[in-house]
Write a protein that binds this ligand. Structure first.
Ligand code: SF4
Length: 231
């Protein structure tokens, strides 16, 4: 598996690119990501949580980062938020089994709260950490070649569209999106994938909301836009 010689410095450089094997398929990407030291987040997390789902997926759903359960189990969207997402997908006619789910950042970032029995509390990744991890997402998109990607929540939107992204303003409408070639020209003019991006809230927002049904309905409406973009 090809790796750049700069690998030992990659963590301080906040860059996953030295760990992304060129031309790799999904399983080789997953295996390589297990050993990524592209930023400091791998130190405290249990394991890399790479994407999972159909290699023929027409829809790729991108969340923020693994949660506590995902970190322990090594798979994305296996907790309650994943169930909310699957139900919403089914409501708009997208078979969850035919999708691919992944995260903008592949390691769980958290802090310990002593007052909660040292429970691990999710901490949002920084833009720097998102930028470090982005090559894995670009590599996934290049291999999967989906028709539509869905950004789930503000962090995923920022990771994909930049720090100016606002989920409240940009959710629920198709936007053109291009993923650069990993390790391509520095100006990022070479694209590995081009298609449609639809942004919405993270499904965990439904679980936190006082008015769950209204928030769930908003998620479903946005996913319906993604389903229509497939047509
Ligand atoms: S968060 Fe991403 S870039 Fe950082 S170590 Fe994990 S896989 Fe590598």
């Amino acid at each position: 598996m090809a790796r750049a010689e700069s690998r030992p410095d990659a963590e301080s450089g906040y860059d996953a690119r030295p760990f992304v094997p060129p031309g790799a398929d999904l399983s080789a990407l997953r295996a390589a990501a297990a050993d990524c030291h592209g930023c400091p987040l791998h130190r405290a997390a249990t394991q890399t949580v790479f994407g999972r789902g159909s290699a023929d997926a027409r829809v790729v759903l991108v969340g923020e980062q693994p949660g506590d359960q995902e970190d322990r189990r090594g798979e994305p969207f296996v907790g309650p938020a994943g169930r909310v997402l699957d139900e919403a997908l089914e409501q708009v006619g997208i078979d969850p089994g035919q999708t691919y789910v992944t995260n903008a950042v592949k390691h769980f970032k958290f802090e310990h709260r002593a007052e909660r029995g040292k429970r691990r509390i999710h901490k949002p990744p920084t833009l720097r950490e998102m930028g470090a991890c982005r090559p894995w997402l670009d590599a996934e998109l290049a291999v999967l070649d989906p028709e539509v990607i869905v950004a789930l929540g503000a962090t995923a939107g920022k990771a994909l569209l930049g720090s100016g992204f606002r989920v409240t303003e940009q959710r629920g409408r198709p936007m053109p999106f291009a993923a650069p070639v990993v390790g391509g020209d520095p100006a990022g003019t070479e694209t590995a994938w081009e298609g449609v991006l639809v942004a919405t809230i993270h499904p965990s927002a439904v679980l936190r909301a006082d008015d769950r049904e209204a928030v769930r309905a908003g998620l479903v409406d946005d996913l319906r836009v993604a389903a229509e973009a497939l047509d």
